[in-house]
Design a protein around this ligand. Structure first.
Ligand SMILES: *[C@@H]1O[C@H](CO)[C@@H](O)[C@H](O)[C@H]1NC(C)=O
Ligand SMILES: *[C@@H]1O[C@H](CO)[C@@H](O)[C@H](O)[C@H]1NC(C)=O
Ligand SMILES: *[C@@H]1O[C@H](CO)[C@@H](O)[C@H](O)[C@H]1NC(C)=O
Ligand SMILES: *[C@@H]1O[C@H](CO)[C@@H](O)[C@H](O)[C@H]1NC(C)=O
Ligand SMILES: *[C@@H]1O[C@H](CO)[C@@H](O)[C@H](O)[C@H]1NC(C)=O
Length: 479
């Protein structure tokens, strides 16, 4: 850690304090939109900024909240604020049910399937449709406003699927880093880890090679208690390793490398963890390849990377292998979703990727979900409901993907029609395009944002034409 870190963090803290402004609102909606067996209602939170809104039919820019506190996504989606003035848009961020403060059953939302079972993407989309219908009906000047949805990651999947399912509510969608194809039978399970490896290999193959070697070193060292004690000590682990934790421990390490690739932004940011610009490059600069056969030397070197991810602020007393250090993301809720309809198969072979070999095993995955949540995963549910790639009956969606981002493995990387458009950002990480503009932005993300603005303009014009025609037909009273 260098001496500038405290100053840097003070600046980051300051920009957060002066972050984007909004007003908080609440909307009451059904817990279950699709049956009449449960008539409970709950309050969902949404954040609004109307400073630039043309209140005479100006568009609504609507962020379809994903798995976390909505304020986290608002702070990391400056692109909507950047372009709202140009379009005279109302900016709305809706919080996803069961995350942040939008809890159908406060304190016990996830306690059993009878309550947690309403945590699904299709219920969330119905919440958003209900909220938008309410806004259009009650906000003077919004009755005929076109709606453009925005979202990143799972939020991007929701933005796209919202347009697919509710074309009468949504006129167009910007779906960023949206892995709508990361499902059984559509994307091979090994693709994801290969993208992480490619991102770590962009400065040369030494970095993925050292990481690949580390898994065997961990296995050898943790074969006995003395080695486990050494590792617990060398890596400053909060609780000492024991043999029953080794699988989770390696998964935690795997997740850390994955997160590095996801947030490989060109400037310092603190989306999943506070990190310097291009953190993968920094991490790789710490690694070297001359440990010979010394496992301890190799793993001591790997700790430099762990320390970068979990201790960039210098404030960590110990390393908690039970977490990725993100409190605003609703990991428990996402775990439930991943155990029900969001089953995204992943596997690793240690050859084409830098991870410990680990096949995809649905039987094991199912058993773990049964044990944790008492639910049975349905891997084919999302393809059944949303169609995978078969969405050419829809229109007006831009799919943007950064190629540094592992989730691009399940993204739409080729245009499906004139109005289902793929935009590739070779130097972009996870939804970099949705972040506020920054002097360090690479030209490809600037271009991606330009294309997105152009399509938004086209969709709004298209909608105005239909609106005029409808008004004309209504005036003729032909029935
Ligand atoms: C909208 O956001 C801008 C930029 O952060 C801020 O200056 C303004 O006060 C906000 N408006 C509202 C109504 O919160
Ligand atoms: C339930 O949650 C609320 C806030 O969400 C909190 O104030 C309250 O103490 C919690 N109750 C229990 C019994 O945990
Ligand atoms: C292993 O460590 C975990 C976490 O510290 C603990 O919960 C568990 O009881 C330990 N198991 C054994 C066999 O010591
Ligand atoms: C975190 O960084 C600080 C400052 O370099 C250091 O003193 C501390 O030991 C580190 N914590 C861990 C868990 O490595
Ligand atoms: C998409 O269509 C193809 C060709 O009809 C079909 O084989 C495939 O199963 C469909 N995929 C989904 C997810 O519906």
């Amino acid at each position: 850690m260098d001496m500038w870190t405290p100053l840097l963090l003070a600046l980051l803290g300051a920009s957060r304090a002066f972050g984007y402004g909004y007003e908080e609102h609440w909307f009451t909606t059904q817990v279950d939109h699709f049956s009449f067996a449960n008539n409970d209602v709950f309050k969902m939170r949404y954040l609004v900024n109307d400073s630039w809104w043309d209140g005479d039919g100006g568009p609504i820019f609507f962020y379809t909240g994903n798995e976390g506190d909505i304020e986290l996504f608002l702070e990391n989606t400056g692109a909507m604020f950047d372009i709202a003035p140009e379009f005279g848009a109302l900016v709305v961020f809706a919080e996803h049910r069961y995350y942040g403060q939008s809890q159908p059953y406060p304190n016990v939302s996830l306690s059993d399937p009878a309550r947690a079972g309403f945590l699904t993407s299709e219920q969330a989309l119905a919440d958003y449709a209900d909220l938008l219908t309410h806004l259009r009906a009650t906000l003077p000047g919004a009755q005929a406003s076109p709606v453009i949805t925005f979202g990143g990651s799972y939020g991007g999947m929701l933005a796209a699927w919202f347009r697919v399912k509710y074309p009468h509510v949504v006129q167009g969608a910007i779906a960023s880093s949206a892995p709508i194809l990361q499902f059984t039978g559509i994307t091979p399970c090994e693709a994801f880890g290969q993208v992480v490896t490619r991102t770590f290999g962009k400065e040369g193959d030494m970095c993925p090679r050292v990481i690949r070697k580390s898994w065997d070193a961990i296995d050898r060292l943790t074969a006995d208690q003395e080695g486990m004690d050494w590792l617990s000590d060398a890596w400053n682990l909060c609780s000492p390793l024991n043999s029953s934790q080794l699988t989770d421990f390696k998964q935690w390490l795997n997740d850390m490398y994955t997160n590095f690739a996801m947030i490989d932004y060109p400037y310092p940011a603190s989306f999943l963890s506070p990190l310097p610009g291009y953190p993968v490059k920094v991490a790789c600069s710490y690694l070297h390849d001359d440990h010979g056969n010394d496992d301890r030397a190799l793993l001591t070197n790997i700790y430099d990377v762990i320390n970068l991810y979990f201790n960039y602020t210098g404030a960590a007393d110990c390393v908690d292998t039970g977490s990725q250090g993100t409190s605003s993301l609703g990991d428990d809720g996402w775990d439930f979703q991943a155990c029900t309809e969001m089953v995204m198969p992943m596997c690793y072979d240690g050859v084409a990727d830098m991870f410990a070999p680990s096949p995809w095993n649905l039987a094991e995955y199912t058993a773990a979900c049964r044990a944790r949540h008492n639910v049975q995963p349905r891997p084919l549910m999302a393809p059944l409901l949303y169609g995978g790639l078969n969405i050419t009956g829809s229109s007006n969606i831009v799919f943007a993907n950064g190629l540094l981002d592992p989730w691009s493995s399940g993204g739409v990387l080729r245009s499906l029609s004139d109005s289902l458009v793929a935009v590739i950002i070779p130097n972009g990480a996870h939804h970099l395009d949705l972040r506020g503009s920054n002097p360090a932005d690479p030209p490809d993300v600037i271009e991606a944002r330009r294309v997105q603005r152009e399509f938004i303009g086209v969709w709004i014009k298209q909608y105005e034409k239909v609106k005029d025609r409808n008004a004309f037909n209504a005036a003729k009273k032909r029935w």
